[in-house]
Design a protein around this ligand. Structure first.
Ligand SMILES: [Fe+2]
Ligand SMILES: [Fe+2]
Length: 444
């Protein structure tokens, strides 16, 4: 019998050791992170309200996956808490180019055709050879991620088709951008379970435009576009109202949280590197919540029979932070979104008394989200103040700045603005009364 005879251990389960596994998951984390930042920074520049309000759900899903990846890397590399790009930089850098797209259409096309399919394929490969015994915790969340990425690819493909059908002049540029990114990804060996390598030669990215936040928000032309979305914003004689006026005012306020979606995305991108992962994770949820609030308003108004062109979509709060330090946008989101938190129970009770269960339901869930957001606002403002004390104002000063900026925008309303929004609101109120009377007749 030979001296060195051992039991055989070359089994499929042993394909990847602990540290190799951690390296792969770390690579995935950085790729997810890059897409979350790109998807968020671009929200203000995306006009289509469906894309603007569904992309945040994807960023939140991606953030949940990335957070699980990061935790797992820490577990596998314990006690190290280091998350470094290291030799994975070539592939991470391709994902980090997503944000420099020449247009929103190009970004969405690249997500649909290159980035999300690359993550999906890599996760499927990982699961294919995964070892449930050693790595079950990873397999569980990557199975969820595969389901989500499959859905995202389908949705993003539909979005890209819709956006490029509406703007055929952007098609050639978007395709050239997407094809060049695919070639760059190939040149570093793709996103796989094998380590990437530096590209042999640089592949140009046609149309590449260094990301800058849109200071004016793009808005969906299917809606009635305006600066101030309800008369009472610019006309103190116009009542907030009760009954159908309150039902409408609340739904119109909800859909107009589009500014909060854009702002959540803007601050996620702006402070991603300064505050790093925990902030990105919270800001992705924050932005997703605001997108749900926007869709709550859209859903209620559509269910009552309002057409998009009858619904006002304003810009004044986002406009108020034009050209300001991004911390002002954080202040706007913190301050204006949580300002009315105390009124929400009374509003929900009013809706209950009208038998309007859906408005009550939305208001109650909105309240729960806003209590989380109040914590996000104070916590992350505090962290910024610690990190950048020379740049970040105290909370009270920031609040006053936000108030003054919004007041200046409100004060700049013209008679034409006031007449326009009064006409739109009165038409909605008339229609709501007719719908209400009809519903009452149908009930009797
Ligand atoms: Fe909200
Ligand atoms: Fe909020």
């Amino acid at each position: 019998m030979a001296e060195a005879a051992y039991l055989p251990g070359r089994q499929a389960r042993a394909a990847r050791m602990r540290m190799d596994t951690a390296r792969i998951l770390k690579r995935f984390f950085f790729c997810e992170r890059a897409l979350i930042v790109a998807q968020s920074g671009w929200l203000a520049a995306i006009a289509d309200l469906d894309v603007k309000t569904l992309l945040p759900r994807m960023s939140w899903e991606d953030a949940m996956t990335a957070d699980a990846l990061r935790d797992r890397v820490f577990e596998l590399r314990y006690p190290s808490r280091l998350m470094e790009r290291g030799d994975d930089a070539p592939v991470i850098e391709v994902f980090e180019e997503a944000i420099n797209a020449p247009s929103a259409e190009a970004l969405i096309l690249s997500l649909a055709r290159v980035f999300k399919p690359a993550l999906l394929a890599a996760y499927m490969d990982y699961l294919e050879v995964g070892d449930e015994l050693a790595d079950g915790p990873t397999l569980r969340f990557l199975r969820v991620a595969v389901d989500e990425k499959e859905e995202q690819v389908a949705e993003l493909t539909a979005f890209a088709d819709a956006l490029l059908t509406a703007a055929p002049d952007k098609l050639a540029e978007a395709e050239a951008w997407t094809n060049a990114l695919a070639a760059r990804l190939d040149a570093v060996g793709g996103l796989t379970l094998t380590d990437p390598h530096p590209a042999a030669a640089t592949i140009e990215l046609p149309g590449r435009t260094l990301f800058q936040l849109a200071q004016r928000p793009a808005r969906d032309p299917r809606f009635h576009l305006c600066r101030y979305y309800w008369p009472d914003v610019v006309d103190k004689t116009f009542p907030y109202g009760d009954g159908v006026m309150l039902q409408l005012r609340s739904a119109v306020s909800h859909i107009n949280e589009a500014w909060a979606v854009e702002t959540g995305g803007a601050i996620l991108q702006a402070f991603a590197d300064t505050l790093d992962w925990e902030f990105i994770y919270d800001a992705a949820r924050w932005t997703y919540d605001e997108s749900r609030h926007t869709r709550m308003g859209l859903d209620r108004l559509r269910s009552w029979g309002f057409e998009p062109e009858e619904i006002p979509l304003g810009t004044y709060i986002y406009d108020s932070a034009y050209g300001q330090d991004p911390v002002v946008r954080l202040g706007m989101l913190f301050y204006f979104e949580t300002k009315n938190i105390g009124k929400k129970h009374a509003r929900a009770a009013a809706f209950e008394s009208y038998g309007d269960a859906v408005s009550q339901h939305d208001m109650e869930f909105d309240w729960a989200d806003e209590t989380i957001h109040a914590h996000y606002g104070s916590h992350w403002h505090g962290r910024l103040l610690e990190k950048l004390p020379w740049r970040i104002p105290e909370l009270e000063t920031l609040r006053q700045t936000c108030d003054a900026l919004v007041k200046a925008t409100v004060d700049s309303a013209t008679d034409a603005d006031r007449e326009d929004i009064r006409r739109v609101a009165e038409a909605m109120i008339d229609k709501a009364r007719r719908i209400g009377l009809k519903a009452a007749e149908d009930d009797t």
